[in-house]
Design a protein around this ligand. Sequence first.
Ligand code: NI
Length: 390
Amino acid sequence: MPIRNRFAEMQGEITEWRRYLHQHPELLYDVHETAAFVVERLKEIGVDEITPGIGKTGVVAVIKGKSDTKGRVIGLRADMDALPIEEASGVEYASTVPGKMHACGHDGHTAILLGAAKYLSETRNFDGTVVVIFQPAEEGGAGGKAMCDDGMMDRWGIQEVYGLHNSPGLPVGAFATRVGPLLASTDEFEIVVTGKGGHAAAPHEAVDTTLVGAQIVVALQSMVSRNINPIQPVVLTVGTFETDSSASNVIAHQVRMMGTVRTLDPEARSMAEPRIREIAEFTAKAYGAEATVHWEPGYPVTVNSEAETGYALEAARAVSSNVDGETDPIMPGEDFSYMLEERPGAYIFLGNGETPMCHHPAYIFDDDAIPFGCSWFAELVERRMPLADN
Ligand code: NI
């Protein structure tokens, strides 16, 4: 069975919503107009309950099925925020806000979930409750975490959660996901090494932090090669290295470096922070210097649970003949991971065809992907929560 006819009929309307959102991009938690637009549409749609202001500017709405014999509750999530990018896509409905652009297709995700909400609200062919979740600040602000920290999962009794992301390079109408890690964790660190500055010709009277810092950079790579299970993909990159010396004949007093650790394995991730601290602090100590480590946790690994990934794939196969259930993980991060830490669920990639990558100024969301995304949400709900008399 392909996409649902109702969504083919609704595609024009959902595309209009998507393009309106595209023209009015907002960043991080500052998605007030977008959230207001979502609330307006949800009111028109006639959902049972709308609660704005969850996770600062997130919106949660409830749609009740024709029956509720088992107390089942499924969460469906979309992200609403744009990026600080000057649009260069050339589309006629381009961003009207200088320096801001929906370059990751979150306008598409929001419109798709609104379309699914409209259909589910019209038909209600399910036994249980659907909670639709519109989150702010996916692009670096951990809006998904903010909604969870507001108690969203317990407050609405959500039992499992699902989300999708458009995928440039994957044909429109195709779906791809996998059981287990799908996107990486994205932690960052800063190391400051303090020694004793001095004259380049009198190293014995100084503590050379450039040498100490260089030893730390080398030693950090030994964590990847010697401490982490070699079958786990872990990337550690030191991206900056600055000394406070600006002359060739001066020994630097202080060195500052920043880097990132990405992994698909929660265990490797939890090992990285203490290991980086030990390596930096003890290496510095061995040379008579001192190192301080500042650790900035990023998004956790996005891990799809097994049973729910199966349901996600079953729904995708009902909608499309092009479904990859064993796609390779990728190393960007995604803050849907916080919701998957609280509840079982699955994240799936939805084909967006041949466009520039997400976060590129020429990126274009393909509106033909809309009926596929909407149909997937609808299939998922009706298959997971079939009506009692079915
Ligand atoms: Ni995105």
